[in-house]
Design a protein around this ligand. Sequence first.
Ligand code: MIG
Length: 673
Amino acid sequence: MIYKYVYGQPVTTGAVIKEIKESTEAIALMEFSEKEETLTFSCEMKEQDVVYGLGEQVRGINKRGFSYISYAADDPIHTENKHSLYGAHNFLVLYRAEEKTAFGIFVDDPGKVVFDVGETKRNRLVIHTGKDCVVYAIEGESLKAIVKEFRGLIGRSYIPPKWAFGYQQSRWSYGSEAEVRSVAEHHRRLGIPLDAIYLDIDYMESYKDFTIDTERFPDFRGLVKDMKEQGIHLVPIIDAGVKIEPDYPVYEEGVRENYFCKDENGEDFVAAVWPGKVHFPDVLNREAREWFGEKYKVLMEQGIDGFWNDMNEPAIFYSEKNLKKVLEEIASIQDDNMDLNAFFHMQGIVEGLCNNPVDYKSFFHNMDGVKLCHDRVHNLYGFYMTRAAAEAFEKIEPDKRILLFSRSSYIGMHRYGGIWTGDNEAWWGHLLLSIQQMPALNMCGILYTGSDIGGFGSDTTEDLLLRWLEFAIFTPLMRNHAAAGTRMQEVYRFENTESFRNIIRIRYGLLPYLYSEYMKAALSDEMYFRPVSFDYPKDDHAFLVEDQLMVGESIMIAPVYTQNASGRYVYLPEEMLMVRMKSLEERDSRVLEKGHHYVEIALDEVVFFVKKNHVLPLAILDEEVKSTADVKEDQYEWVGFADENAGYVWYDDDGISKDYVAKEMWKQRGVNQ
Ligand code: MIG
């Protein structure tokens, strides 16, 4: 059951697709109060109650004990004290442990929203929103049912092409054609499957969107074609800022047609990012959005069929206005003997140039005739930039799935693309963070997602990369990505290449299962990754599990995320089959009873657990498998554990067209033990 409450004059965000009648009764689940610009919703929590959700945010699966602020931020240091990351995912579910009931809350407010989940007062959940918003309260008979109801409200999740479920290699940046070819060649020579290589900002000419640096990439079209012949898709980055440069057509057209965001004087707003000074396309405006989306065609015409949208919080290094102010202030410093206060003040104003809230208040959108201050709709920018691209793809290639994911997002964007979780670090703690983000993102409809494997910032290590891959073989987006200046982290750079190859091949072996489960989750508004408690709500201990996940209908995973571990404790909520793999071919399995177990997991092993009376298909791969296209759906074996008849419904299709629901794509298999 969904209750809808409208306050003030909310902006239509596009998060919700289902028409729902406004509720006339007062919101019964939470107390309500109003103060000038803020609405507050709150309720008591008992000690054992659990809060799930909030998408990308830091900290555990149970969100209690901290405050989370929805205000999209380009913050590359995801430490535990951070209140905002790139996305704004305003959906949570409160589980009442004693009563065994739950309800969900979705705050549809594209400005700043605060979720104080027992930080100020341990046993109080408090939500502060702007005064113009829509709030949905959702009741249902189980955690799964509440999420499903919510997902029905916000519409079907994005479905990428099947090749996007293969292993993908990225780096900031592969800076030339030769470098791209060399990455491809290394993988191919060592028999490591690979489906995509990413192009980061250096493929562009002076960081200008929709251009190609022809010195570094003299025959772009030829390169795209050669790669595709090897089963590898090239995926270029698109940034939010459009460089200010006379004669650059995107800039010229945008200025001429008034497609850029304006400052308070009605001039095109000037910020700076990679290319130096830029304007931001006003993607909240329909015409500007159509125009910007059309631009992707330039690359599609050269054979590109996947993109990643970056810097769309939007990130601002500095605004023209603020920089001027800061430079003047620094120039006015007379004293070269600054004391502590003076020094920290100077440092603060320089650091404060980046992503300054004052800048977000100083530009405007024309949302189809309505002038809106950016601050009020801040969290929509990444969503609408991605929507711009997706809507254009519908026109340019209506029958083809295009890979698309974004850094910033808001609920609603999940219909148009996926996300990656941004600039993490090569830290063991960030491997755990990534595990914990997955189910919360799935609750919000974001199914196509994953983190930068190995860590983006800092130098990775071989053991961290191995452990990260052992988890990431289960994430729909499986991409190794690293920042400029860090150690090269393609798997062939390390000593034990064979172990990396084996683990990546296990991903391809699991592909029929993972793809089927993704499609089931997308087509029936369900979660691909779930907290253990969602599947075992009668088991009190399941609610305490923070580092194991259910993946699809048959599997539970318990990844190793600590350094120098030879294994870990795993909690089994019921009897399960433990499957241990050194490679697809070298594996064994054994039934473990319900309860706590210490499970040995060597550095080069993948371990997962199969639920009772469940089975899954495992593709038998030829030695030569290069990409997802080589995985044959009719060569498989079954892994499973049943004391009665078990069956599996799996899904397959051409991986490209959008005819998802055709009956013949669903195959039902009964398996007898
Ligand atoms: O400020 O394009 O999150 O994945 O490699 C850095 C360079 C800009 C941030 C993205 C990262 C990407 C990087 N970008």
